[in-house]
Design a protein around this ligand. Sequence first.
Ligand SMILES: [Zn+2]
Length: 126
Amino acid sequence: MKLLGLFLLLIGLGLGYYTLNMDTTVKVDYHGDNILGLPEEVNNLGLMSDKQNYLIVSCFLVIGGIILLAIGDKDDSIGNKSKKYIHEFDDWESNKETTSAPTYCSNCGQAYYSKGKFCENCGKEL
Ligand SMILES: [Zn+2]
């Protein structure tokens, strides 16, 4: 849902950008000298209405994309929150083993990653 919203938003923005840069003029061929000084390029009504249609479509795509993004945010907020906690727990789990070196009990050899003062296995002071 969220991806679709982003997709629509990007397509809408892309189409809008393309449309705004669209040239609606066409060159006029006067078959010889342009004695009267008529314009070399004139606006093409068909291209202009195309431009309008594209603009409207791109507006709808952008609006639809934003709405989908907003709805997606609301729907996923709880899921994302729990995912975030799981992710944080995973980080903590992996950090525990990679960053801090374990302490070994001098009595029984049990490895400890926490900063406890006594061995949980045999009760001897670490
Ligand atoms: Zn011990």
